[in-house]
Design a protein around this ligand. Structure first.
Ligand code: DC
Length: 214
């Protein structure tokens, strides 16, 4: 059983993915972490994340242990991830990791929830349920701004919004695996919804729309 969740940054994918994984007893893979780890391995080693040859080599060398690094949730990691994720060779290297995880989930789980940008379209086109989670860029920037402030980090609202718009554009406009909904995805705009309402809507879709997940 595979649930694919895609959408732009700060739309609510991560929270929804966690809740669905808990509810159905499925293993969870935040695929953004793979790109973040590749990007940060490069930055730490002094390499330019825009260099396609070095980026592909970094993706090839990635180990599960790299996903435990503490700095993967930082803005620096997000920026590096956004660059390496546009490199076709990086995406090809990470595809196998993601498909293996989905085919053979750890801990004997009976299935997987994967969240990212191209899960329903490229990584798991045969997923049992596909969700595409969005929100306006203003709402997403506001959520990210509050989160940064709550973590005690200095943040400038206009800068957070500009970064979000820039990253959206890179994710949508890249030639390989751009951010776009799969044809059979359930699209949900979370701009005016809280986490409980998003979970309820997703659950309703999974139960009624597919009948394969119970
Ligand atoms: O979801 P996130 O913020 O952790 O993603 C970081 C970057 O990685 C983002 O710019 C998009 C990219 N990404 C991707 O291209 N494909 C995925 N399946 C997941 C993330």
């Amino acid at each position: 059983m595979i649930i694919a969740i895609d959408g732009p940054a700060a739309a609510g994918k991560g929270t929804l993915a966690r809740r669905l994984a808990e509810h159905f007893g499925l293993a969870l893979l935040d695929t953004g972490l793979l790109y973040r780890a590749v990007g940060m391995n490069m930055v730490r080693g002094g390499a330019d994340p825009n260099d396609p040859v070095l980026a592909e080599a970094a993706a090839k060398a990635l180990t599960p242990k790299d996903l435990e690094a503490e700095d993967l949730r930082t803005d620096a990691a997000a920026a590096a991830a956004s660059r390496v994720s546009a490199v076709p060779g990086v995406r090809a290297q990470l595809l196998e990791f993601q498909r293996n995880f989905a085919a053979d989930p750890p801990g004997g789980a009976k299935g997987t929830v994967l969240d990212g940008r191209d899960i329903g379209t490229v990584v798991c086109p045969d997923a049992d349920a596909k969700l595409f989670i969005t929100a306006t860029v203003e709402v997403r920037a506001e959520r990210r701004f509050k989160e940064l402030r709550e973590r005690g980090l200095d943040a400038i609202h206009g800068r957070v919004l500009a970064d979000m718009e820039e990253r959206d554009a890179r994710d949508r406009d890249r030639a390989v695996s751009p951010l776009e909904p799969a044809e059979d995805a359930y699209q949900l705009d979370t701009s005016d919804l809280d986490a409980d309402q998003v979970f309820a809507a997703a659950l309703g879709f999974i139960r009624s729309g597919n009948g394969q997940v119970s």
